[in-house]
Every structure is written in C-alpha cells, then in structure tokens.
Design a protein around this ligand. Structure first.
Ligand SMILES: CC(C)(COP(=O)(O)OP(=O)(O)OC[C@H]1O[C@@H](n2cnc3c(N)ncnc32)[C@H](O)[C@@H]1OP(=O)(O)O)[C@@H](O)C(=O)NCCC(=O)NCCS
Length: 182
C-alpha cells in the first residue's frame, strides 16, 4: 500500500530556476501558519525580506546552505526545508554548529510523515558537516516543539525573532541527544 507521504519525492535543490516555486510555497506556508499573528504590514515586510524569489535564489546559490523541496505525485510543491551554518544568538555556541533554518509542510499535507522525511534529509546533511545542531521555534508552536523534542532537542535560550517590525518570543533549541522522532 502506498501512503500519502510515500508518494512524495524530496530533492535537494541546486537550480535557481526553482526559486520562484520555493518563494510561493514559503510565503503560502508561512501565511497559512503564522499570518494571523501579525499586522498585515509586518507579514508583507517579512515575506518581501525572506520569501521573495531573490531570497530563495540566494539560499540555493549559497554553497554553505542546502534547500530541499518535496513534491507530490502531481508535481505540486508541498514542503521544504533549509539548513546551513548556525547564526543564532546563542552565547555559548560551540564551533562547528549547524542549524535547521526552515521546515514547512503545506497545510493539506501535514500530519502524514512528510515533516519527518524532510528532517531525515536535513539531519544527514548537517551531521556530515557539523558537530552540533541548533534550531529556533516560536514559543507557542507546541506541535513543532513536540516533534523536535522527539529528535533530541532541548530549549537552551530565549530570543526575539523579528517578523517585520514585530518581535516574537522564540526558543533556541539544541540537539543534546540522538532521537529518531519516534
Ligand atoms: C512542523 C511540520 C513541518 C511537521 O510536518 P508534518 O508533515 O506535519 O509532520 P509529521 O507528519 O512528519 O509528524 C507529525 C508531528 O509534527 C508535529 N506537528 C507540528 N505541527 C503540526 C500540525 N499542525 N499538524 C500535525 N503535526 C504537527 C507534531 O509533533 C506531530 O506529531 P504528534 O502530533 O504525534 O506529536 C508541519 O506541521 C508544519 O509545516 N507546520 C507549520 C510550520 C512550522 O511550524 N514549522 C516549524 C517552524 S520551527
């Protein structure tokens, strides 16, 4: 039997021509999930800064950063992840620290295992390059925090993440033990 997430293919993206596809997916998944939390002008500013075609071209062409795109059987983009060196403001961050920079699955595809499949690609890539793995997550995003805890992440710091001109309380999490997501 083929499950919904088995029918999905995940590929690391190196072709900047796919930046527009990623920008559409990045803007849609951010807006679906968090758009209601902020003023429209803050969302607009954030999407222009971080989810434009140019922003994704930069991520794809940056040799230190990896971007994965998940597509369904009809080739529609349904999820993506980004990883790279860690630039989070963690005061005691050791050398050789990498970061899960983004992990998003489109609303209709959530809860079927795709997030964990994307994470498997991310962790394989980060583990090959870094000794430590960090991420940041919105303090009220309890579902994602539950997922990360199952992979061995623990909150190590608080920080403020800017969405436009709005400062959001986020948690910096660090992987402190190996976890399989089970
Ligand atoms: C977090 C996310 C990528 C997980 O992808 P997914 O394909 O739904 O995840 P999976 O099916 O592989 O695993 C399900 C687990 O994800 C977590 N999860 C987080 N938000 C969820 C949601 N809205 N629906 C379902 N699961 C969610 C839960 O831990 C869940 O397992 P549990 O309910 O048994 O505890 C996805 O829900 C998403 O895109 N959420 C919005 C964006 C986001 O929060 N990204 C992380 C920012 S740091």
């Amino acid at each position: 039997m083929t499950t919904a997430s088995e029918a999905i293919s995940i590929a690391e993206i190196t072709d900047p021509a796919l930046a527009a596809t990623l920008a559409d997916l990045g803007a849609a998944t951010f807006s679906q999930t968090f758009g209601h939390l902020y003023k429209p002008e803050d969302v607009g500013l954030f999407l222009t800064q971080h989810h434009s075609t140019e922003a994704y071209q930069g991520l794809i062409l940056d040799k230190q950063t990896a971007v994965w795109l998940a597509r369904d059987q009809a080739s529609a983009a349904v999820g993506y992840a980004v990883a790279g060196p860690c630039h989070l403001p963690a005061p005691d961050m050791p050398d050789k620290s990498g970061e899960l920079l983004r992990l998003y699955v489109s609303e209709a595809a959530r809860g079927a295992g795709l997030g964990q499949k994307l994470l498997a690609h991310v962790f394989e890539w980060l583990e090959a390059r870094y000794d430590h793995i960090y991420l940041s997550v919105y303090s009220q995003n309890h579902g994602a925090q539950r997922l990360y805890k199952r992979y061995g992440f623990e909150k190590v710091h608080d920080y403020l993440f800017m969405v436009g001109n709005h400062a959001d309380p986020e948690f910096i999490m660090k992987r402190t033990r190996l976890g399989s997501g089970e």
